[in-house]
Design a protein around this ligand. Structure first.
Ligand SMILES: [Ca+2]
Ligand SMILES: [Ca+2]
Length: 168
């Protein structure tokens, strides 16, 4: 199980395997760090659910995502973005945490350019069949290769389960 997850970590962290940087296994997870980025993958077994959480940290930005699957192959995804504002080591440290909900377009548009690509979705969910299906489901106009905010707002509430009863 662990080996399988480490292999998928290599796939997930496209440039992480076989290149510079440090690989380590500690703190219950697999980590890859280079000068300014840190990728971590934490395998997780909870009850009959098997899953993993993936986090990407760069400077003050932490993006995490994960999913789990139970023995009936029901799939659940989690997503979140945290911004951490750090002060120097001597100062008291304080964290400001924002958890972004899956109905919010900004949860997916990681670089804040008003649209999100398959790569941005993969950064959250990993390269996953169901993430691809979600992308295809949202992509009303496939000619531009991205999901615009307009597309997301039109289709998201129809196909993302958590958003069914959440319309504001
Ligand atoms: Ca984007
Ligand atoms: Ca589109």
């Amino acid at each position: 199980m662990k080996i399988l997850l480490m292999l998928s970590a290599c796939v997930l962290m496209v440039n992480a395997c076989g290149k510079g940087g440090d690989h380590s296994v500690d703190d219950g997870g697999y980590h890859y760090t280079n000068d300014d980025e840190r990728h971590s993958l934490y395998p997780r077994i909870r009850g009959d659910k098997y899953g993993a959480t993936y986090t990407y940290e760069r400077g003050d930005l932490e993006v995490y995502g994960g999913g789990s699957m139970n023995l009936d192959r029901d799939w659940e995804a989690e997503v979140g973005i945290e911004y951490r504002f750090r002060r120097s080591a001597q100062s008291p440290r304080f964290n400001v945490t924002l958890h972004v909900d899956p109905c919010s377009f900004l949860a997916y548009d990681l670089n804040r350019n008003g649209e999100f690509s398959k790569d941005e979705l993969s950064a959250i969910f990993g390269k996953d069949e169901k993430a691809n299906a979600l992308f295809a489901g949202l992509d009303m106009d496939p000619s531009d290769g991205v999901i615009t905010e307009e597309e997301f707002l039109a289709i998201g509430p129809l196909i993302i389960a958590d958003c069914f009863n959440n319309e504001k």
